[in-house]
Design a protein around this ligand. Structure first.
Ligand SMILES: Nc1nc2c(c(=O)[nH]1)N=C([C@H](O)[C@H](O)COP(=O)(O)OP(=O)(O)OP(=O)(O)O)CN2
Ligand SMILES: [Zn+2]
Length: 146
């Protein structure tokens, strides 16, 4: 019998950023190993003996979507609002720079990832993004404004 279930998969990516104007150490260019938890909600599929029987989503398919839509872009990049003075130097040296247009706080990055995955058609429930082992932001897919 189908039932609503939340399943979650954890990913990591490494990125640099700089919070221009921050009163503390985060005004420096620095990096994080982000941990991203992607939570998907749905009924378990009931097709007898099908590949997805009993799955909300195949974790392998979830991994492919998250890699394609989020990780390939953000991993090993300088995540920029666009006004960081260091951008030109990094670009000139061939470094990967992703201009996001917002201050790259963990809150804003979580909103961005949640919106991106929701727009990709995933039956998304929430994303939780850890910036450090002790600091995270969570965004519910239903709270994303278009
Ligand atoms: N609300 C937010 N506060 C801070 C953010 C943020 O994105 N949202 N970001 C930073 C810095 O980028 C950086 O993450 C430093 O955070 P902090 O938790 O202070 O890092 P520490 O390694 O010092 O944390 P521990 O307490 O050692 O785990 C700052 N604030
Ligand atoms: Zn930081």
């Amino acid at each position: 019998m189908p039932n609503e279930v939340i399943v979650s998969k954890r990913f990591t990516f490494d990125s640099a950023h700089q919070l221009v104007g921050h009163k503390g150490k985060c005004a420096n260019l620095h990096g994080h190993t982000y941990i991203l938890e992607v939570m998907v909600k749905g009924e378990t599929k009931c097709e007898q003996h099908g590949s997805d029987e009993g799955f909300v989503i195949d974790f392998a398919d979830l991994k492919d979507i998250v890699k394609l839509k989020v990780l390939n872009s953000l991993d090993h990049a300088f995540l920029a609002k666009g006004d960081e003075p260091v951008i030109d130097v990094l670009k000139a040296s061939g470094s990967k720079v992703v201009i996001l247009g917002f201050r790259t706080t963990v809150e804003n990055l979580a909103i961005y990832i949640c919106r991106t995955l929701k727009n990709a058609g995933l039956p998304l429930y929430a994303v939780r993004l850890y910036e450090t082992p002790t600091s995270w932001a969570q965004v519910m897919a239903d709270d994303i404004r278009d």
